[in-house]
Design a protein around this ligand. Structure first.
Ligand SMILES: *Cc1c(COP(=O)(O)O)cnc(C)c1O
Length: 359
């Protein structure tokens, strides 16, 4: 038997979530976001499964796109940060990579590139995120220059919302009004919505939606949401109990002796640690699920192991199956207990635990 730590990747759940994304935006094309190794899930298997649902994929950079293209993915692939060097434009054309242009310099690179074939170009407008994107004036100038000099390219106006997951919609509405004021002066396609906006702001879905997190089965909201709550988790991190022992009241467990038994206790040791993607800063008492029972983490997280207090669940023993996150404890809930977000836990998944693909 091999070490039991592994990540289950459930592709039928992925298809279920992709269906929900499609149904939530029936009039939009879907650009499925598979950056950062498909949020840690393994971008090739995810992209292959999503190809029948998606109209294009999105990744952060050309290296991520190159990998998918060379592995046989044939849909267009949008580079969300665009190219970092004008020499990459020629490759983008050859491989049908669409480019985000987030500053006037990238617009100039395209204007100067020899461009026989049409490229998909997404001009990014900064409507309030203040991270990437051009001002309204830069956008209008960029559109005009591109339309005059390189009419073969297909142009889309894009933006990104800062607070689409919040219950207060004021800022999102403001961002939209900046965006639509510019878009109404142009004849082009538009894209604004990530997962949270797709579900919370259907009126802003435009021509292309850009779902990421929801495809992987996580709700983008902290509050209950009728559709988000029907998404199914694609990744479950699982392992097993590999040792169990009794300790006396006053004994301590793990590095730094940070957990001390308040009573005679039983401790289970599980083969998973921060080297497998479990968060090292998980506090004492963080939930994990052993054989269907929620039990508290006891002691600090090691590289290869964690320890849990199983005193209250009499029958648990070596070999019991453990879910660190997934279907019985959502990654969103674990992330909340650890002071982070599902995005971080998923994208930080190292390659060490083998991925077992099901469904
Ligand atoms: C990552 C990303 C998305 C996907 O966001 P989710 O919240 O995961 O749906 C969409 N658009 C852009 C520009 C992104 O960087």
């Amino acid at each position: 038997m091999s070490r039991p730590a592994h990540a289950v990747i459930n592709l039928s759940h992925l298809r279920h979530n992709a269906e929900i994304a499609r149904q939530s935006a029936p009039n939009s094309q879907m650009v499925a976001v598979v950056k950062a190794n498909a949020y840690g899930h393994g971008s090739l298997a995810i992209a292959q499964t999503l190809e029948p649902f998606a109209d294009a994929f999105a990744v952060a950079c050309i290296e991520e796109a190159r990998y998918l293209r060379s592995a046989g993915i044939s849909l267009p692939i949008l580079l969300l940060e665009g190219v970092f060097d004008p020499s990459e434009i020629e490759e983008a054309q050859r491989h049908n990579f669409w480019l985000m242009l987030h500053n006037p310099e990238q617009v100039n690179w395209v204007l100067q590139a020899p461009a026989a074939n049409g490229l998909g170009l997404w001009l990014k407008m900064d409507t309030g995120m203040h991270r990437l994107g051009m001002t309204a004036a830069e956008i209008l100038r960029g559109f005009q220059q591109l339309a005059e000099k390189t009419p073969q390219h297909k142009l889309t106006l894009a933006t990104h919302f800062s607070t689409a997951d919040r219950q207060d919609h004021t800022y999102t509405h403001q961002q939209w009004s900046h965006f639509s004021a510019v878009k109404s002066q142009l004849s082009c396609l538009g894209s604004a919505a990530n997962s949270a906006a797709i579900l919370a702001h259907p009126q802003y879905q435009c021509d292309f939606i850009r779902p990421g997190l929801m495809l992987y089965g996580c709700s983008p909201f902290e509050h209950a949401h009728p559709i988000a709550d029907t998404l199914k988790p694609v990744m479950s991190l699982r392992s097993a109990v590999i040792a169990a022992r009794d300790v006396r009241a006053g004994d301590s467990v793990g590095y730094g002796c940070s957990w001390q038994a308040q009573r005679d206790s039983r401790i289970a040791t599980i083969a998973v640690g921060y080297g497998d993607g479990y968060p090292r800063h998980a506090p004492q008492g963080t939930d994990l699920v052993i054989d269907g029972h929620r039990v508290p983490l006891a002691g600090t997280v090691s590289m290869d192991m964690i320890t849990a207090d199983i005193t209250d669940i009499a029958h648990l023993d070596v070999g019991a199956p453990v879910e660190l996150w997934g279907e019985q404890l959502s990654v969103t809930e674990l992330a909340r207990q650890c002071g982070t977000i599902s995005y971080e836990l998923l994208t930080r998944m190292p390659s060490r635990p083998p991925r077992k693909i099901v469904g």
